[in-house]
Design a protein around this ligand. Structure first.
Ligand code: SAH
Ligand code: SF4
Ligand code: F3S
Length: 484
């Protein structure tokens, strides 16, 4: 874990709310140092993250607050402050939290100083908060997604009180800049470019728990990336639920109003940034200017994650995805034609209401035509409060499982076929770490997101190196380092 905490110096912090939170961190520091004296050791804090890259980025901010307040980071939940940053996109994410909470209560029985907090998307659902208040009474702090920037303040209140502190907002229109961040990796970082989602796909809970789309100003984004670059970051991933609708919420005539394509260009111009990724674009907004910018800019990763969700037009219509299978295929063809060597990956849901075998066959047909380099396949999970939860033609579990297996087989076949296409080539690779299975090997990531393992020295971690791709092993390559 890299201990680069940005904006440690309070005088550099422009945002007044962020300055206020830094003052709360100072106050929490005193309380944590008293605890340290009492315990006779440094108090430990653990942040457990569920869900997507956006949650992972939020967790880096939460952890920065805790470490600046004087906690030592702990991988284990046997700690003095445990914070769960939750997800609720599918039911299994909810269940994972409840399982972990049960285990955590055993640690608390042994450690009376221990505080347990829960935040993130699931806490935006009133029924989940009720359940925790009723069945998990040992939880000390609950807050949501909209006031996450107030964590330092809430931490103070929580350390002062024996009651459960609950603070959840329904909405927010503000973006707090300059919060401290403790990055997981020294050489790569996520960068939020927008928050929330306005698409309301009928199966999806995200617009309800993350609120309306809010884009960060391009100046703030570029300033953050310049600082990251000065701090040694080589790769950034621009984050948002629908990155290519970036800027749609700025008013006409606003000097901030730029397109996602323009933002991509500006990010590539930041000195020291060698690779730029983004996640997730929506097919309906994937305009030609974005394709042109990627095609013309080798810094932008040759990897596009383009969620299909379904390949049958009636299912897509009922999902409110706003494209047809024909439009999706045409877009993927255009991307492959204009950006040679691009890897296209996707998300697919199986078992949406009304989706029987013949509809899933349409999805399989799209998979065969587009030849996805990889696909995340999910079983439809009914989310209370979304329109699809009220659709009458929910599909029986057994049928869903059968269709899911059928799709998965084809997805794996196509991915395998695609994986070997780079064999023998020399590729630029960002070295991410030592191989987990064999410590004589390094692991790096190519522009198209595929991993490669090769012999090399630890000192190369965080560097961009040239590697020849010798053997393809399904989803990864074995390679050898080339002299530069
Ligand atoms: N904004 C992104 C990702 C959203 S969540 C997008 O538009 O694609 C990540 C993935 O979770 C989605 O792409 C979708 O495939 C899946 N997902 C969302 N809601 C789901 C649900 N109710 N059941 C199953 N999978 C779901
Ligand atoms: Fe959910 Fe659709 Fe928004 Fe993605 S675009 S977060 S799937 S509502
Ligand atoms: Fe989950 Fe929230 Fe992300 S629901 S997928 S953590 S936006």
């Amino acid at each position: 874990m890299s201990i680069n905490v940005l904006n440690r110096n309070i005088d550099e912090v422009k945002d007044a709310e962020s300055r206020r939170q830094l003052e709360y961190i100072e106050r929490a520091r005193q309380k944590v140092s008293e605890l340290e004296k009492e315990l006779g050791r440094k108090p430990r804090a653990c942040v457990v993250t569920f869900g997507c890259q956006m949650n992972a980025r939020d967790s880096e901010k939460l952890l920065a607050t805790l470490t600046l307040a004087g906690y030592e980071e702990s991988e284990s939940e046997d700690a003095d402050f445990v914070l769960y940053n939750t997800c609720t996109v599918r039911d299994n994410a909810d269940q994972r939290l409840y399982g972990r909470l049960g285990q955590c209560s055993n640690f608390k029985k042994k450690n009376p100083h221990m505080k347990i907090g829960i935040c993130g998307c699931l806490m935006q659902e009133p029924s989940a908060v009720e359940k925790i208040q009723k069945s998990y009474r040992f939880v000390d702090l609950i807050f949501g997604t909209h006031n996450i920037y107030k964590f330092a303040e809430l931490l103070n209140t929580c350390l002062e009180s024996d009651r459960t502190i609950i603070d959840i907002w329904k909405e927010t229109d503000r973006i707090v800049e300059d919060l401290p961040v403790l990055r997981k990796y020294s050489f790569k970082s996520g960068v939020n470019i927008m928050f929330g989602c306005d698409n309301f796909c009928t199966y999806c809970i995200v617009p309800y728990v993350r609120g309306r789309e809010r884009s960060r100003s391009p100046r703030d984004i570029i300033r953050e990336i310049e600082k990251l670059s000065a701090d040694g970051v080589k790769e950034v991933m621009l984050l948002g639920q629908n990155v290519n609708s970036y800027g749609f919420d700025f008013s006409d005539g606003d000097s901030d109003k730029i397109s996602f394509a323009r933002l991509l260009e500006m990010v590539c111009e930041v000195e020291g940034i060698e690779r730029v990724r983004f996640m997730t674009p929506h097919p309906k907004d994937f305009s030609d200017d974005v394709i042109d910018v990627i095609a013309g800019n080798p810094k932008i990763a040759r990897h596009i994650h383009l969620p299909l969700q379904a390949g049958n037009n009636e299912v897509l219509r009922r999902m409110n995805r706003k494209y047809t299978r024909e439009q999706f295929i045409a877009l993927a063809d255009k991307i492959r034609e204009r950006i040679p060597d691009v890897a296209i990956t996707t998300d697919i849901i199986v078992g949406f209401p009304g989706e029987g075998e013949s509809e899933v066959d349409d999805t399989i047909d799209v998979v065969r035509r587009v030849k996805f380099d990889n696909a995340f396949t999910f079983i439809y999970s009914k989310r209370a409060g979304t329109p699809a939860a009220g659709f009458e033609d929910q599909v029986p579990e057994e049928e869903v499982k059968k269709n899911f297996d059928k799709l998965l087989k084809v997805v794996q076949e196509t991915a395998k076929e695609q994986a070997s296409k780079l064999k023998g080539r020399c590729e630029k690779v960002l070295v991410e770490g030592i191989n987990e299975q064999d410590s004589t090997l390094l692991t790096g990531r190519m522009s198209n997101n595929t991993l490669v393992h090769f012999k090399g020295d630890e000192s190369l971690i965080g560097q961009m190196v040239d590697v020849s791709l010798d053997e393809c092993h399904g989803f990864y390559y074995m390679g050898s380092l080339l002299d530069t």
